[in-house]
Design a protein around this ligand. Structure first.
Ligand code: GLP
Length: 244
């Protein structure tokens, strides 16, 4: 779905999320959202906050699982995804604290594998992710599933691609400060979601969007696996769609 600009596009995505939350609430049921960080989803979160404040949209029946976190990463650090999510969304809505899940960047390394298995289990125990929101990285990554990530990959510790670390350099005041690793949901975790919505804005994403949407399905562009998902929506602004 191509919009003129990212503002209309973000409002469209936020409305889809809000409609599901309201429908489930009226049936006395919960919703599980898979959430992403980065600049791409910030307007969706701002719109959800607006709906909470102005229209009374409640998040009391919502559970969230974030895609990824740098490793290691203290939660109060400027670059932490915990901090990002709190600032952009969680601090401004009525979601119960215990419903929020973000991969833990403070674990001792030997506990990470078990933690990741448990992350998957928690998602499954809640009935799976209803809507997974995604951005896309320049390497074609979704979450931090860099080239080489297979269709059957699940939540795990990964090594970041050089291109991703260069793209994150300004956030960390230099590439040398960007962590080399991250915990991310896998491509397999993402493909299990009932609905996936990948968003991209701006000319800078046009090349990788072409590869993800129209190129061959390959682990060299992990987002291309979304072509196999039977309920995937790609939401673009005109600039990001310019090479399609
Ligand atoms: C990071 C995140 C991804 C995100 C990507 C794109 O790598 N881990 O989930 O999709 O950045 O970021 P942006 O939306 O700022 O372009």
């Amino acid at each position: 779905k191509i919009f003129k600009g990212s503002e209309d596009a973000s409002a469209f995505v936020a409305k889809e999320i809000a409609d599901l939350i309201k429908k489930r609430a009226s049936d006395g049921k919960h919703v599980v959202l898979g959430l992403a960080t980065g600049s791409t989803p910030t307007r969706v979160y701002a719109e959800l906050v607006r709906m909470h404040k102005k229209e009374g949209l409640s998040f009391k029946n919502v559970f969230t699982f974030n895609l990824d976190e740098y490793f290691p990463m203290p939660p109060d650090s400027l670059q932490s995804y915990v901090r990002f999510m709190n600032e952009h969304l969680f601090n401004h809505i009525d979601i119960p604290k215990q419903n929020v899940h973000i991969p833990d960047g403070t674990l001792p390394k030997e506990q990470v594998a078990e933690y990741c298995r448990n992350y998957e289990k928690k998602i499954d125990d809640l009935g799976g992710i209803d809507i997974q929101v995604l951005g896309i990285g320049r390497t074609g990554h979704i979450g931090f599933n860099e080239p080489g990530s297979t269709e059957k990959s699940f939540t795990r510790l990964v090594t970041l691609d050089q291109v991703t670390r260069i793209d994150a350099a300004s956030d960390f005041f230099g590439e040398e400060n960007v962590p080399r690793k991250a915990i991310t949901m896998g491509v397999g975790t993402i493909l299990k979601a009932k609905r996936t919505i990948m968003m991209a804005w701006g000319e800078g994403k046009a090349r990788v969007i072409k590869k993800a949407v129209e190129g061959p399905i390959t682990d060299q562009i992990p987002s291309s696996f979304l072509q196999k998902h039977d309920n995937c929506l790609v939401v673009l602004d005109e600039a990001a769609s310019s090479e399609l």
